[in-house]
Design a protein around this ligand. Structure first.
Ligand SMILES: C[S@@+](CC[C@H](N)C(=O)[O-])C[C@H]1O[C@@H](n2cnc3c(N)ncnc32)[C@H](O)[C@@H]1O
Length: 421
């Protein structure tokens, strides 16, 4: 067997070292051979050696610019390495050479989306649809793209097409439930959530939203629901809440301390700290600041701000139950909207409070007690909070009406509370 045939055999049977030695020997005698460079690039690629693979695929396209698979594989490698501009360039080259290859346009679409070039991403997916009209992943991606661009009607159309072909497509159904709900198509939203629950009895997102839409008040939103919502929201949370929805609750809570500004708190606990907006608002007011949250992604953003002495991925009650150290200030900005029954939290906060500790938090409104509202958040009546405060040993120092944030251009009304232990 000649060296080329022997090397190919090593390559096909997964003998990396022998195949590598073979290709290197062959290339020593024929260094401008694009086919040998391509095979060596493939060998590196298949063995996860992406830098070496990129080097040799680049050599191929230098020697043979019409080698579409080399451009395509370069696209895959650069995408994998997070170098989206070079990935897009490589896929563009491949697309010029193979204008009817759906895979190239699909990957180019994903890359354009990563680059925030949504219109270009959209054109790529449309091109894929002309080549493969019923491609489920393309229809799904188009749905997601339109959802991200807030083109809800188009997004619904794409997800409905996915579900028409595949009625059990859970992710498309989840998106449809959310979008129908947002667009006020309540019956369709209910039917979609019911379908999701029929497919999976543990469909917690659907379960929570179905309860919200059908007027059932549960004790709290499930942890998985909270994590899913906030993990997916973390990257855009600050921009979307503060810039677009006028959210200033942390600063409003801080303003409740006016007149006491000279007091520096020893230990502060930010419960449901999210991305750390309260950490920013309460800067300079506390010696030590501890944050906790259920969402790891929100905590990652908070961590980058460098404002917290420690951050804990846990739920409020577990954290309070498990420790002993007292806190002098407790914060919960826009967190109790995800918890209906606050009795355990009040008891536990009181347990971890030093005498005279301050408890600052916001709520949305409810006519009485607490209720789960159609958008999936809880409201609490002032009488309910006052009752809990009394039962658990807090004095209500201040209650202020506040605009929490906007929803569909309208302010959501709420209350801010300052309690003393
Ligand atoms: C609307 S965000 C508010 C975040 C932050 N306090 C602020 O003012 O920007 C609500 C946060 O509470 C967290 N959260 C909700 N329920 C929680 C619970 N039971 N335990 C811990 N964190 C919770 C969520 O993960 C989310 O990050």
């Amino acid at each position: 067997m000649d060296l080329f045939a022997q090397t190919q055999k090593y390559h096909q049977t997964g003998d990396f070292e022998q195949a590598l030695a073979g290709y290197q020997a062959l290339l020593a005698d024929d260094q401008d051979n694009p086919q040998l460079s391509y095979l060596l690039a493939l060998l590196f690629f298949e063995n996860g050696k992406l830098d070496e693979a990129a080097h040799w695929f680049t050599r191929v396209v230098t020697l043979a610019p019409e080698a579409a698979p080399a451009h395509y594989n370069l696209g895959i490698i650069f995408f994998e390495q997070g170098d989206y501009p070079r990935a897009a360039q490589a896929y563009e080259e491949a697309a010029k050479l193979c204008p009817d290859d759906a895979d190239i346009f699909f990957n180019l679409g994903l890359t354009r989306k990563k680059l925030g070039q949504f219109d270009k991403a959209f054109s790529c997916y449309q091109k894929v649809l002309t080549l493969t009209p019923d491609a489920e992943d393309v229809l799904y991606n188009l749905g997601v793209l339109c959802k991200d661009l807030h083109h809800h009607a188009d997004s619904i159309c794409f997800f409905e097409k996915v579900v028409r072909n595949n009625p059990d497509h859970v992710q498309a159904l989840n998106n449809l439930g959310y979008l129908y709900h947002l667009e006020g198509e309540v019956d369709k939203a209910i039917a979609t959530y019911q379908k999701l629950i029929a497919l999976d009895h543990n469909a917690v997102m659907a379960g929570h939203m179905l309860a919200a839409l059908t007027g059932q008040t549960t004790a709290t939103a499930p942890d998985t629901y909270i994590r899913t919502v906030f993990d997916s929201f973390s990257e855009h949370y600050d921009e979307s809440l503060v810039d677009k929805l006028g959210y200033t609750v942390p600063a409003q809570l801080r303003a409740m301390l006016t007149g006491r500004d000279s007091h520096r708190f020893s230990d502060t606990l930010d419960m449901g700290c999210g991305t750390g907006l309260s950490g920013e608002a309460f800067q300079g007011l506390t010696e030590k600041l501890i944050g906790l949250d259920l969402s790891s992604k929100m905590l990652e953003v908070a961590g980058k701000k460098g404002l917290y002495d420690s951050l804990h991925e846990t739920d409020i009650c577990s954290f309070l139950r498990e420790g002993e150290t007292p806190f002098e200030l407790f914060l919960a900005a826009d967190v109790f909207v995800y918890i209906g029954d606050l009795s355990e939290i009040f008891t536990l906060v009181k347990k971890r409070a030093a005498a005279g500790s301050i408890f600052l938090f916001s709520t949305e409104l409810a006519a009485q007690g607490f209720c789960l509202k159609p958008m999936g958040r809880y409201g609490h009546a002032e009488s309910y909070i006052r009752g809990l405060a009394q039962e658990s040993g807090f004095t209500v120092l201040k209650v202020t009406a506040a605009n929490i944030r906007k929803e569909k251009d309208e302010w959501i009304a709420g209350n801010l509370y300052m309690l003393r232990a």
